[in-house]
Design a binder for this molecule. Sequence first.
Ligand SMILES: [Zn+2]
Length: 602
Amino acid sequence: MSTSTEYDLTWELDSLYPHPESDEFGRLLTEYESDLQQLADDSEKLPAISVEGDAPARWAAFLERCADVFARTEDLHAFVGCHAASDAGNKEFQRLEGVLAALRPLIEQVSTNIEFPFRDVDDRAMNAFLGADDRLAEIGFYLRECQRNAAFRLPKSEELLAAELDVDGLRAWSRLYDRLSGELRIEVMEKGEVVCKSPGQVSLDSPERSVRENNFFAAQKAWASIADSCADALNHISGSRLTKYARLGVQDHLDLPLRLNHMKRETLDTMWSTITERKPMLKKYLDTKAKLLGLARLSWYDVTAPLPSSEPSGAARLEYDEACGIVTRTFAEFAPEWGEFAQRVMADRWIEAEDRSGKRQGGFCTGFPTRQQSRIFMTFTHSEDSMSTLAHELGHAYHSHVLRDQPLLLQDYPMNLAETASTFAEAILGDQQLSVATDAQRLSMLDRMLSDAVAFLMNIHARFLFEDRYHQERVDRELSAARLSELMHEAQQEAYCDALDDDGWYPEFWVSKLHFYIAGWPFYNFPYTFGYLLSLGIYRLGDELDDFPEKVRQFLIATGSHEAEAAVSEAFGYDLSEPAFWQRSLDVVEERVNQFVELAGD
Ligand SMILES: [Zn+2]
């Protein structure tokens, strides 16, 4: 067995900050805590938004301090998080994570106090305010966001009371769901014995249909047993939100989720209607897959099943150096800057990829804004999948890299734009891998790509339709568990173009999906679909635009300082409220479907 020689499998953290267990780090943390406390205290004394006297200068100076403290907050969370992830059993790192988490309310206090004064500011007053100090003009987008967000704030005393009541209301229902779902156990048969498993341990991806089917029905039965309590939670979560919207005069329950994602209603409507129009191609994929599995039609538990013929695409053991080389070369072919960046990240040891015990699960990329660096955490398992993860996380690191010289308050981007660079990077690598694969490998690679398409375009569409409809009904009354299941069943049939078997649906899906119960994030669904199609669409534009890598770079910079629509139209010239851009994204999916059907010999 060869070991990695060219690139280190472990990361380097010591140049970022002193070790978390050192006295020096302790001093840094104390200093940060006192600066944050002072900032929170001073946020209570901010002047009104006005051009009178020294108000603009005081605001500008305060926001500079915020940028500094917020950036240090990210640095420290990232630094402690990196140490904790690579040494999962270390109690001191866990304690420090707790210390930092306990300081979150102070950050909330500052953000809230920044937003409130904008509640009664009209556009004219806003323009005058931004014009009164260059430092304010520079972060104009951030301040306009504050103004837009302020529309979702009640008068201060009511807002504070509502936030306190939410602890035992809205957020309590969400916590109840976490407890109920966390305690749930599913009884499945294994080697003739009944064993109890948590939902995450019950797989629907087994190559054996009988195993998938049994697991599915066992899971369905278990989730159904807590459906009534979950229906209560769902009714009260949406009920709390709707009460607040009514108070605010917000008519549409999609206004807040759209605001959180910096996008407009027309964009969302166009995205869904264009998807709906193109869905028959996915039906073709599902029908072909059913044939390959020897079925008349697929059931819910067949959609992500592996193909019978599938040979694992990366049967040969892939060394880390080799994976780094393939990723760097593929990136460099797209744009020299991408290749050089990947090379630098690997050579400077920004990546922790070692396969060893004692690490946390999963992968992430985390940024250190004051150091203008990132760190990538993952476990390289010598598979093609882990090479894709490497490309994905490098995409995130590149996104932070191009934003590094922007004002700190313009380096944040919303959920729907967060995965653009990462998914894009994966797509570059995916195409390269497809081009060198055998037919059998290509068939299973395309199958995996198209199950993603089904997830983003059908499964998430069903979640969106369901959530939209139960919010509509909830305005007038509470919904029973049976009614919620009925709505989910209808939403699935519509979103999947009725492509699944008659008894192959999953009406209790709303009980099993945590995303419906996240207190602070209504509609935790459409941003995924938006992000998926956005990165595919941008990827496709490479065929028609000159100077494409530079346009991608400009777009990524704009994610921190533009509404989603403006970022796309300025960089690529497409209007997201028109179908043309979405059609291009869906063309990519259609080509994959056609290749899949052809390879399947249909
Ligand atoms: Zn990601």
